[in-house]
Design a protein around this ligand. Structure first.
Ligand code: SF4
Length: 387
């Protein structure tokens, strides 16, 4: 999974990690640290077996310079009409191997407008304020047009910063943090070994907001399983109501093979929610959000509804109505929607009204032999494609 390159002379070369948030698809990915310094969340397959390490500011700045060099050549080439896919391929092939990764990153970033940068991997803040400020200042010097720099971090790391350092990072351009809240329930957080409590999440979230950064919090419907579903919804809403993040991003639980949670599931120690139970949980969550103006975002393929989006408080009733409309379907229609969503036929409930999409979902349902009794099992297998 990890890309770590060294050129033949042993010097460090451009490096990128495997993961970014969906909203950073067009960003330049700059690797500040490798893998995850925590790596214990039971539901997370991302960095298991990978060792955490930091990259120095000098290494990261060298990556910035490598991209800058390619961007400059590409912009000159653009003026001469040299950026067709086939010419870019030839250009890429002519480069020494050690320069190709930074070239690909530069092409991708240029095609997306050179606007945003994402600092990788799972917790860039762990690099510390001094190193990050050095990188951010260099980025701004080399690419003054950048509009947004963001990274993942953990609540436990954020609270180790003092407010002045966070403000300095924000002032240097780190404008948005993505934090995995996952749940606001202490019981759920403890069970999944998140390494955070509700109080810690609230403290970290409020610190980020006070520092002037945008805050994007990830919430994982289904994470508490059947037994803790209502507690998960209520306590998550309670935490969100205290933090008022700019974004609440939904990412429904899927249990990836090889994780501790998959072992719990196999041993009968984790009782997963059905789709209907997850929708009831999301309904309780959304209904319990009060006094905040966050944007709810559903930008992950694992979510049952791509259109469960909106700005609070104005769009709350619409989101509640959408969830209720699913619960009001009869069992066969719910089963068909579920299968249609997991096979890519449907993105939202409205797609069930489109005859072509509906016919394709019905065809696949017949082909796979889907019934209300086996739909959860079939969909769980299909969802693994998106993990
Ligand atoms: S902190 Fe994030 S990347 Fe690390 S184990 Fe937990 S979910 Fe995975």
């Amino acid at each position: 999974m990890t890309q770590q390159h060294q050129n033949q002379r042993g010097r460090h070369c451009f490096e990128q990690g495997p993961i970014r948030p969906p909203s950073e698809a067009g960003s330049l990915l700059l690797r500040v640290s490798r893998n995850c310094p925590w790596n214990r969340c039971t539901f997370c397959p991302l960095y298991k077996g990978e060792k955490f390490s930091l990259r120095s500011a000098a290494e990261v700045m060298a990556d910035v310079d490598a991209v800058a060099c390619h961007v400059k050549s590409l912009q000159q080439g653009e003026g001469k009409g040299l950026l067709s896919p086939s010419l870019l391929r030839q250009w890429h092939e002519r480069l020494p191997k050690a320069e190709r990764a930074s070239f690909r990153a530069a092409v991708h970033w240029l095609q997306n407008g050179l606007r945003s940068v994402f600092l990788q991997d799972a917790d860039a803040l762990v690099a510390g304020a001094t190193e990050l400020l050095t990188v951010l200042e260099h980025l701004r010097r080399v690419f003054p047009q950048i509009e947004r720099v963001t990274c993942y971090s953990r609540s436990a790391t954020v609270v180790r910063y003092n407010p002045v350092e966070l403000q300095a990072l924000c002032g240097a351009g780190l404008s948005r943090l993505h934090l995995g809240l996952e749940s606001g329930s202490d019981k759920v957080l403890h069970k999944v070994r998140k390494g955070a409590s509700q109080a810690l999440h609230i403290q970290a979230g409020q610190m980020v907001r006070k520092a002037g950064m945008e805050l994007s919090l990830y919430v994982m419907p289904g994470l508490g399983g059947r037994g803790l579903s209502a507690e998960h919804a209520r306590q998550t809403a309670a935490a969100l109501n205290r933090i008022n993040p700019h974004y609440i991003r939904l990412r429904t639980l899927a249990v990836p093979d090889g994780t501790p949670l998959a072992n719990e599931l196999a041993a009968g120690q984790f009782d997963p929610c059905s789709a209907v139970e997850i929708v009831r949980e999301m309904l309780l969550l959304i209904e319990s959000l009060h006094g905040i103006d966050s944007a709810v975002v559903s930008d992950h393929a694992l979510n049952l509804f791509e259109d469960l989006q909106g700005k609070l408080p104005g769009d709350k009733e619409r989101m509640v109505a959408l969830l209720r409309s699913f619960l009001n379907l009869n069992e066969e229609q719910r089963t068909l929607y579920q299968l249609g969503r997991r096979t890519g036929c449907f993105r939202g409930m409205g797609d069930m009204q489109e005859p072509t999409r509906l016919a394709e979902a019905e065809r696949l349902s017949r082909q796979l032999g889907v019934t209300p009794d086996n739909v959860e099992e079939i969909c769980a297998a299909l969802m693994k494609r998106y993990i």
